[in-house]
Design a protein around this ligand. Sequence first.
Ligand code: NDP
Length: 386
Amino acid sequence: MAKVLCVLYDDPVDGYPKSYARDDLPQLDGYPGGQTLPSPKALDFTPGALLGSVSGELGLREFLESQGHQLVVTSDKDRAGSVFDQELPDTDIVISQPFWPAYLTPERFEKAENLKLVITAGIGSDHTDLDSAIAHGVTVAEVTYSNSISVAEHVVMMILSQVRNYLPSYQTVLEGGWKIADCVSRSYDLEGMHVGTVAAGRIGTAVLRRLKPFDVHLHYTDRHRLPAEVEQELGLTFHESAADLVPHCDVVTINAPLHPETEGLFGEKLLSTMKRGTYLINTARARITDPDAIVQALESGQLAGYAGDVWFPQPAPADHPWRTMPHHGMTPHISGSTLSAQTRYAAGTREILESWFAGTPIRDEYLIVDGGNLAGTGAHSYSAHR
Ligand code: NDP
């Protein structure tokens, strides 16, 4: 029987919801490109419920306990002597979400002697030290595609909110004012701008597709080029690298995983090659940037705006400089944790667990590390140090 340690964000401050804003979720037939939705044998939760917080338990308790497994759920993960650290040594399976990541460092891998499987309920397994997972023969899996469209929608929202100067204008309303000139003196149309994505995987491509009707010029870079028919359909300009792409763009959106190739990519050097007044949107991972260089670029006007929802560490401390830097549109890490996305990644987590306990293969597209190597999606999108 397995011990499953699940690290989730805290419940709402007013308590776990008793009702929701809407009564149902739209029915989806599948993901773009044909990947099927998560397909566990059953679900023990109502789609649209808050599953990602401690009381939501990703809807897993009944399923796990009915099979004799133990489920421990906590939000206490970072302080010395946290519940996470106390429970880890005899845990078989760790589950956490990138929004409230259980950082599985090399030191924690050393202590987690029973650990066999790490699941990201969501996408992006960089909070797990993949080199350690490879060295310890631990399998790492994530629910590929579960929240890619959720994030793409957030990116489009943030691009528009930055370019149109939405947030300061909303603030004027809250303050009882009518300061039109103050609001519009930083407001532009997106139409005609050059927008580029660093990486055109599931999220990056979905962003490009959603922006096409805005009559913008679309650019991208990626390790693998998109099919010629997609480039033609969307009118894409391909660039060999981020360095080649950014000088051409008015808006840049980062949609690459964090791994050794992308860590620190958006530092002072790359930022200095961008057009003055570029907007940078990052919902990928904070450590793809140099945080201090972002603050300086906003203060100097090199960047006109920065928005995103990814920070390091998470949760971000109250005095994190990104909370107070000028012209930012940051949210906490929420874009991939809509109630719609939670339904999909909770179902995908259960599907992974069902496969694991049955001894049947986990879907290739969910695998990041398996059998001591990068595997599945991990082998395609990530890189290891070794
Ligand atoms: P995908 O794996 O579909 O796409 C990632 C793309 O990045 C791939 O096309 C990959 O290239 C490309 N890539 C990898 N390294 C580089 C590089 N050095 N330069 C250029 N391109 C590169 O993932 P998703 O689109 O679903 O997600 C992307 C990232 O977004 C996740 O890894 C995660 O960090 C983040 N994310 C954030 C969420 C949030 O809530 N804010 C939620 C979900 C994801 P190729 O495969 O062609 O080699």
